[in-house]
Design a binder for this molecule. Structure first.
Ligand code: PMP
Length: 405
């Protein structure tokens, strides 16, 4: 009976958003939300998305029919090119398959569900510590046990590469290792290319299964074709792997839920038939979960991805976003150093992507929320896009104050 259903805790991030909205103080600052904001703290509809939207609205032949189970073909094709590289051996050798999903979350879920059903190795997924909180729930929900590998060094506020390597080396053979392809959430810390190569060596030695989560392509280096370098390297090395790809952040299509799940098999005579079988099982899972994916966001992204002029404009829009974030990093660091705030602040400009892991403690996070109405997640993560020229002085002073207390 219904009485046995216990009250679940509120989602921490969405709870933070609600607390921010309820706060009446005019000085309040939202550094919690993982969504781009412009210099006026407003959501930014990418100009290229507005153009694609107008093109779609002017098309008299557009209807609202169902998509195929695996999604919109021209969208999926270009999404695969984008994440694997158009010249990828996996694409040429027809050993990659793509399913359009409910954004990145749906892609992680579909991958988790597929592995829960078909992975014959160790049914355990290793997540970075820390990671995007939802990873834990998504894998738990499909019954895959979770383990962690160290990732963030509190001392250097950079990568704990030794800890990461030894945990991956120590994991049972044929474990699933979840890797953030770029712009790690929440730390903003990525392995270097040399470190990725070392990780690939260990992964091969242990026959681990790489599960890449890519939610920020274009936000790390500012270049789309560079932010997939780790994935490209693993594919070139012949790994069998899967990828969850989100277009929420890089297109600003958060609520439209545009994303893809990709599976790649290793090279070999059987590769094409293996991928065909995998695609058939993914279609069955997709059918029972969502039947078929949502149309609108995929149409917008597809319009841009399939037109070289619009694509170039998209890259320009991406540079606007990543450029503003980089400026905010520089300014926040400079202001803290100017104030002589105790501690070192180079990590703010060393870290990349949308977030910075400030190193503020949970106590400090709660204090700065109460005293200065500055909202960030309890782990001290700030969304750099929440900073702008109007609030950065105020935020730097608030951080300075809370650190000194
Ligand atoms: N993975 C990571 C690491 C993320 O940060 C996010 C977005 N917060 C996602 C996946 C998925 O987001 P979405 O479902 O909105 O695409």
């Amino acid at each position: 009976s219904a009485e046995v259903v216990p009250q679940a805790p509120e989602d921490p991030l969405f709870g933070l958003m609600a607390a921010y909205r309820a706060d009446q103080d005019p000085k309040k600052v939202d550094l919690g939300i993982g969504a781009y904001r412009d210099n006026n703290a407003k959501p930014w509809v990418l100009p290229v998305v507005k153009k694609a939207d107008a093109i779609l609205r002017d098309d008299p032949n557009l209807d609202h029919e169902y998509l195929p189970i695996a999604g919109l073909v021209p969208f999926k094709t270009k999404a695969a090119d984008l994440i694997l590289g158009a010249d990828s051996p996996a694409i040429k050798e027809k050993r990659a398959t793509t399913v359009q999903t409910i954004s990145g979350t749906g892609a992680v879920h579909l991958g988790a569900l597929f592995l829960a059903r078909f992975w014959t190795g160790t049914k355990k997924v290793y997540l970075s510590n820390p990671t995007w909180a939802n990873h834990n729930q998504i894998f738990s929900n499909v019954g895959i046990p979770i383990a962690q590998y160290p990732y963030f060094s509190k001392e250097t506020k950079g990568l704990d590469f030794e800890g990461m390597k030894s945990a991956i080396l120590g994991a049972e053979d044929r474990s699933v290792i979840l890797l953030h392809a770029c712009a790690h959430n929440p730390t903003g810390v990525d392995p270097t290319m040399d470190q990725w190569k070392e990780l690939a060596d260990i992964m091969r030695q242990k026959n681990h299964f790489p599960f890449f989560d890519c939610a920020y392509q274009g936000f790390a280096s500012g270049k789309l074709a560079q932010d997939n370098a780790a994935i490209r390297y693993f594919v070139e090395q012949g790994f069998e792997l899967v990828i969850a790809q989100s277009f929420a952040k890089n297109f600003g299509l958060y609520g439209e839920r545009a994303g893809c799940f990709h599976a790649v098999t290793g090279p070999g005579a059987e590769a094409e038939s293996t991928i065909t079988r995998i695609a058939s099982q993914l279609a069955i899972l997709q059918r029972s979960e969502i039947s078929n994916p949502p149309l609108y966001g995929a149409r917008i992204a597809s319009t841009v991805l399939n037109d070289s002029k619009l694509f170039a404009e998209w890259e320009d829009n991406l540079r606007t976003m990543s450029g503003r974030i980089i400026t905010m990093r520089k300014e926040l660091r400079a202001k803290l150093e100017e104030l002589g705030t105790p501690g070192t602040w180079n990590h703010i400009t060393d870290q990349i992507g949308m977030f910075s892991f400030t190193g503020l403690s949970e106590k400090q996070v709660l204090k700065i929320r109460e005293d200065a109405h500055v909202y960030m997640t309890k782990n001290g993560r700030i969304s750099m896009a929440g900073l702008n020229t109007n609030n950065i002085d105020y935020v730097a002073k608030a951080i300075d104050k809370v650190v000194r207390e």
